[in-house]
Design a protein around this ligand. Structure first.
Ligand code: GLA
Length: 355
């Protein structure tokens, strides 16, 4: 059902926000390091109009569900509506001069959920951009990203970095978004034309995600404390004294992050030089570090990475927060068909998406 069919009126504002795939740089964002994501075609669209009902009405096309509310209190059972309430709460707090108006809100999306490509950030960025346009508040795209992160951290209560929100708010399709997560400076890099990125769905639902993600977050914050630095991003691999960290598991977690930052920095040089072989090698090294030191992979995911390389990919890795979801492979255009043919002997076509 369309906006008009649900709310018997036309929408006044419509904004999109895209999902992202991270090419390299995992769990480096909230530790003051570097990331290199790019935008996907998958997107969430938010449409808005005012309503005279003295109530907020929200329809999700995906859940085929309409919900109403007139306070911003978070529900007790982790409901999708909380993201909308959270955005309204954060937005009105930020723009205190705006007079609170009841709204009709319509959400549609083709982003696969729980797959590590940031469907929740796209929802928040899309919602905040729509409110920004509706109320003509002129918040910059960078600040939209910061507010979207606030919704997830302070309202929903999941620890996370700023990568997803920044690239969803500012990124461009087929440009790599190199972000320094400490000062939020970014550069948009051209992805060479003959480089193709493919997502392969591991079909492992990331239901362990929040608890395992938060556990890694806490471990890395402990590492920063023991190493007496504000952020792990400040440490170069050659200066890393892992024996200063008492717990060997936390040593491994920190090792991943510190080596990953160096890989991101090298990777942008290789992208600029169009060196697909070296860029691909870094992706695979990143996966090995993510799987062995960070222990954020699964057997099925490791197997997809292995098979993808056997099939001729230059590099492959698990993308996103970890514990299942999508892998991303880098393939040179002229071997794309061969790669796909090999992979389709093993995996179903419905699991493949070209970036
Ligand atoms: C999730 C978080 C990001 C980032 C990645 C891991 O997507 O939302 O901030 O930490 O995991 O790189």
């Amino acid at each position: 059902m369309s906006f008009k069919e649900i709310f018997q009126t036309e929408s006044l504002v419509s904004c999109n926000a895209h999902a992202r795939v991270n090419l390299i740089g995992e769990h480096t964002d909230y530790t003051g390091g570097f990331v290199l994501p790019t935008l996907l075609k998958f997107k969430t669209t938010i449409e808005i109009s005012a309503n005279g009902e003295k109530i907020y009405q929200v329809y999700s096309k995906y859940f085929k569900e309409k919900k109403t509310f007139n306070d911003f209190i978070k529900s007790k059972n982790n409901n999708w509506i909380d993201y909308i309430k959270g955005c309204l709460f954060v937005f009105y707090n930020e723009c205190k001069y705006v007079s609170n108006k009841h709204l009709n809100i319509y959400i549609s999306s083709d982003i696969p959920m729980e797959r590590g490509i940031s469907s929740s950030s796209a929802l928040c960025v899309g919602m905040l951009k729509s409110l920004n346009e509706f109320f003509k508040t002129q918040i910059s795209d960078k600040h939209i990203a910061i507010l979207a992160q606030k919704v997830e951290r302070d309202y929903i209560g999941v620890s996370g970095g700023i990568m997803d929100q920044m690239v969803s708010s500012i990124g461009i399709h087929r440009k790599a978004f190199f972000l320094d997560c400490l000062n939020l400076k970014y550069q948009l890099l051209d992805i060479p034309q003959n480089w193709k990125f493919y997502l392969v769905d591991s079909e492992v639902q990331r239901n362990l995600r929040n608890s395992s993600y938060n556990e890694r977050y806490i471990q890395l914050k402990k590492a920063e404390k023991e190493l007496s630095v504000e952020y792990l991003g400040a440490i170069k691999l050659k200066n890393f004294k892992k024996e200063k960290i008492s717990d060997p598991i936390i040593q491994k977690r920190a090792s991943h992050v510190i080596s990953e930052n160096e890989r991101v920095l090298k990777s942008i040089e290789y992208m600029r030089k169009k060196n697909i072989r070296k860029f691909g090698n870094l992706m695979t090294e990143s996966h090995l570090s993510y799987s062995n030191d960070f222990e954020a992979s699964t057997k099925d995911v490791d197997l997809i990475v292995e098979n993808s390389i056997k099939a001729g990919a230059n590099g492959a890795r698990l993308t996103g927060g970890g514990f299942g979801g999508f892998t991303v492979s880098l393939i040179e255009e002229n071997i794309k068909d061969k790669w796909l043919e090999y992979m389709l002997n093993i995996y179903d076509i419905s699991n493949f998406f070209e970036v």
